[in-house]
Design a protein around this ligand. Structure first.
Ligand code: MD6
Ligand code: FE
Length: 217
């Protein structure tokens, strides 16, 4: 489908190394929804409890490793602590989309080991943070948004740096690497709106390459 919003909202460089690709994943939306359903049937969405309290976004993962959190910290693990089983394989369609988006943003040969899937109900958000558990700074993070829109804040390398606020819509992709790999960012609480495929929910998939030493036995 030739998407009107994608044409009205141009590709935007947010900062050195960080590129916003509006609507890039829209042609794949149905495949992505199916993949989310398949993965979450095996490794259900759950709300991690951290030192800071319970996270409002529900999460699951697929790929060679998945992201987990508990009051002792954050890490990547080869098995889902909830099921005791390996995380489901990353569906090829997801891997290919992530590789295409990375290449489009100037990062060739992106090889993600993990896809973290976040589900946000109305009111859920994610406080300002840096993505720094991967120990693989040479690779970008590829982020795909689906469903209802979210207000996304993108800052600099210091927490207090000025923020740029963008509206991430269904099918938008943000690729994040190079000088921006450790930029602070966050998601404001999701407003109560409706999307035909997801109802009131927003989903976000982040693809990451990870230092293999962190998840090899
Ligand atoms: C979200 N995304 O959009 C949360 N991290 O729901 C992230 O935290 C994120 O979008 C690193 C790079 C891109 C992202
Ligand atoms: Fe993040």
């Amino acid at each position: 489908m030739d998407d009107l919003f994608a044409r009205l909202r141009p590709r935007t460089v947010l900062a050195e190394g960080a590129v916003w690709l509006p609507g890039f994943a829209l042609p794949e939306a149905e495949t992505l929804h199916k993949a989310i359903t398949q993965v979450s049937a095996v490794t259900p969405f759950r709300h991690f409890r951290t030192r800071m309290g319970q996270m409002s976004a529900a999460m699951t993962s697929c790929g060679a490793c998945g992201w987990t959190a508990d009051p002792s910290g954050y890490r990547y693990s080869r098995t889902d602590p909830q099921t005791g089983q390996p995380w489901p394989d990353m569906p090829d369609a997801l891997r290919h989309l992530a590789r295409r988006a990375a290449a489009e943003a100037g990062y060739e040969a992106f090889d993600p080991a993990s896809c973290l899937i976040n589900r946000y109900a109305p009111g859920a958000g994610m406080g300002l943070h840096q993505d720094r558990d991967e120990e693989y700074p040479q690779a970008p993070v590829v982020s795909v948004s689906l469903g209802v829109p979210a207000r996304f804040s993108f800052g600099g390398l210091s927490r207090s740096d000025p923020k740029r606020i963008i509206e991430l819509m269904d099918g938008d992709v943000v690729v994040w690497g190079g000088a921006s790999r450790f930029a602070w960012h966050g998601v404001s609480p999701i407003r109560e709106t409706f999307h035909p495929q997801t109802g009131a929910m927003r989903y976000n998939l982040t693809f990451r390459a990870i230092n293999a030493a962190l998840f090899r036995p």
